[in-house]
Design a protein. Structure first.
Length: 366
């Protein structure tokens, strides 16, 4: 295969003013310069980049970002510089720490019938935002579809997150996960948590696939790992990913138990234990029929309390708010200590509840 190179071209008015800055301050290497008698073009390389600085070039000077493990030891510790040719230089950490924004608590409802737009996101998947406010950047909740199903044009990747849930709402999806053996199929009602930086790849999906994805924080980095191959066999099932274990909850055979709100039962997913209390995920259903009881009002101290209506209908009564009629596809988030009551529940009502932390306290208030 013939050699191919790529260059980024930057303008200059006087090349001799730029060379000391790019070579001595930024530590780049001069590879080419011409013509010899009156240089107008210099080609430099360094830090994974090849630059062509050309006198009279029509492009704007632009911005150059340099990422390093030691920003204090680069360019005298400066974080912003301006080259003689006008190019702005930003110097930042190569691996910045994940920042968990403080939650901006609020009551919010997102209804499917309000026609929130579906947007095309990563790997051609369609995303619907279930929590537009994102509580100040603390969380993102997405309703995801794969148009037509089939093969998904995904790559091995990982997410820099504090918590991430994948819940198969409808259909099925095949996924490969680091250290988890071969292809894993999630059927409707199944879920996994993707611990921080676990490598994975979405491979195939049914035509009717719908997934609920919850991530903390809202703005997190997805990194493609071009050097990692999946499947990679079975690893230690108790492996620790930054304090979390991989959890795969299967609907079939799951045990239903009393829920924190009388009149409901739930199936515990094991995610609170697997994340050491970072988050709790439960599937909740109303115990309808002739002997159904009316659920009382409750409140919790959860920092984030998000719910998605998977089946059925209900009316949400929240302290200080107008009653909200909800149906399948709707979602709501509650601030800490807000008294709420789930009323007019249909016999088939089923909710997906996500709480951060998972070891929150709940009390009946009436």
């Amino acid at each position: 295969m013939s050699e191919v190179r790529a260059e980024v071209r930057l303008p200059t008015d006087e090349l001799r003013d730029d060379l000391p800055f790019y070579t001595k301050v930024l530590g780049m290497r001069l590879d080419e310069i011409f013509p010899a008698d009156d240089p107008r073009v210099a080609v430099l390389s360094g830090h994974g980049l090849r630059l062509r600085i050309e006198k009279g070039a029509s492009e704007p000077a632009g911005t150059l970002r340099i990422l390093t493990e030691d920003p204090d030891g680069f360019a005298g510790g400066a974080r912003e510089l301006t080259a003689p040719n006008g190019t702005r230089v930003e110097i930042a950490e190569l691996h910045p720490p994940m920042v968990l924004p403080k939650t901006e608590h609020m009551f919010d409802v997102r209804r499917l019938r309000d026609s929130a737009p579906w947007v095309i996101g990563r790997a051609g998947m369609n995303y619907r935002d279930l929590l537009p406010t994102r509580l100040g950047g603390a969380i993102i909740a997405s309703h995801i579809r794969v148009p037509g199903g089939g093969d998904v044009p995904d790559m091995v990747h990982y997410h820099t997150v504090g918590f991430q849930l994948i819940f198969c709402y409808k259909g099925w999806v095949d996924v490969l996960y680091e250290d988890q053996g071969g292809m894993m199929r999630l059927e409707a009602g199944d879920c996994v948590i993707q611990p921080p930086e676990i490598r994975h790849r979405v491979c195939h999906a049914s035509p009717d696939i719908e997934v609920i994805e919850i991530g903390v924080p809202a703005d997190h980095v997805t990194t493609i790992d071009h050097d990692f191959t999946l499947p990679n066999g079975h690893g230690d099932p108790a492996r620790d990913w930054q304090g979390q274990r991989f959890v795969h909850h299967v609907k079939e055979g799951a045990v239903w138990q009393p829920f924190r709100i009388p009149g409901f039962t739930c199936r515990e997913t094991g995610i609170s234990e697997g994340t050491q209390g970072v988050a709790g995920i439960q599937v909740v259903r109303f115990e309808g029929g002739p002997n159904a009881i009316q659920p009382p009002a409750t409140r919790t101290d959860a920092d984030i309390h998000f719910s998605f209506v998977m089946e059925g209908t209900m009316t949400l009564h929240a302290e200080g708010q107008e009653p909200r009629a909800l149906q399948a596809g709707d979602a709501f988030v509650l601030p800490p200590h807000m008294a709420t009551r789930y009323a007019d529940c249909s016999d088939d009502l089923e909710l997906l509840e996500c709480a951060l932390r998972g070891d929150f306290e709940s009390e009946i208030v009436g």
